[in-house]
Structure formats: C-alpha cells, structure tokens
Ligand binder design. Structure first.
Ligand code: HEC
Length: 105
C-alpha cells in the first residue's frame, strides 16, 4: 500500500520538475527572441548558409567577446556586417546569458 502510493507520486514530481523554470533557459530564450536563430539555426549549429558560424559548444568567454567586438565594430569583415545590426537588440548582460547557453549546447 505504502509503496504504490509513493510510486504514484513520482510522475507528479517529474512533471512539476520539468515545468519549473531552469535558470539556463534564459540564454536560449534570448537566442530565440532576439532572432539569433534565424542565421545561426535553432540548435545554434545549423547555420542558414554554410559560411555562417556554428555556435553550439563554443567557449562562453570567447563567444561573449566576439559578440561585443561585432557590436562595437572592433571585429569587422565581410560577414560581420550581416550580424552587426542585430546586436543593437542585446545588451552585455544578455550577451553573457546567451554565451553561457551556447557553451552548454
Ligand atoms: C543576419 C544574420 C545573423 C544574425 C541575426 C545573428 N548573427 Fe551572429 N553571426 C553572423 C555571421 C555572418 C557571423 C560571422 C561573422 C564573421 O565572419 O566575422 C556571426 C558571428 C557570430 C559569433 C562569433 C562566432 C565565432 O566563432 O567567432 C557569435 C558568438 C554570434 N554570431 C552570436 C550571435 C547572437 C547571440 C545573435 C543574436 C543576438 C546573432 N549572432 C545574430 C550572422 C548573424
């Protein structure tokens, strides 16, 4: 009797857990809402065209610094122009969140 009762609780706990907000989801949500996915792919590793970089698994500090440099113009080549305009949508705190999320993909 006791055992079957506690077994019945497990699915409820799992459902509650899967619905609870996960801190790391923030970067992923920003990646979607700030339209990053449209060029870099929803999974951050299926870019729109082959010469756009895959971002999944990238070191967080490196990714953050690249975003900062693309936004400021310090990094500037033929391809950065495509991304620079979008960077006005994100501040440094959001870039950090996204960079952390990218490193965990
Ligand atoms: C319009 C297309 C486009 C959008 C939208 C876009 N990017 Fe990019 N992104 C690029 C391109 C192209 C590059 C490569 C630039 C180059 O070759 O220097 C790049 C480079 C990067 C890099 C550096 C990768 C590396 O290996 O050095 C990061 C990190 C990045 N993007 C993150 C983001 C994030 C986060 C967003 C959303 C806020 C975003 N991008 C939105 C096109 C885009």
């Amino acid at each position: 009797m006791k055992l079957s009762k506690s077994l019945a609780i497990i699915p409820a706990v799992l459902i509650a857990y899967s619905m609870s907000p996960v801190v790391q989801a923030d970067g992923g949500a920003l990646f979607m809402s700030k339209t990053c996915w449209s060029c870099h792919g929803k999974d951050a590793k299926t870019p729109l065209i082959p010469i756009y970089p895959k971002l999944a698994g990238q070191n967080a500090d490196y990714a953050f610094n690249q975003m900062k440099d693309i936004k400021s113009g310090a990094r500037n080549n033929g391809q950065t122009a495509a991304m620079k305009g979008i960077m006005s949508l994100v501040n440094e705190a959001e870039m950090k969140e996204i960079a952390t999320w990218l490193s965990q993909q």
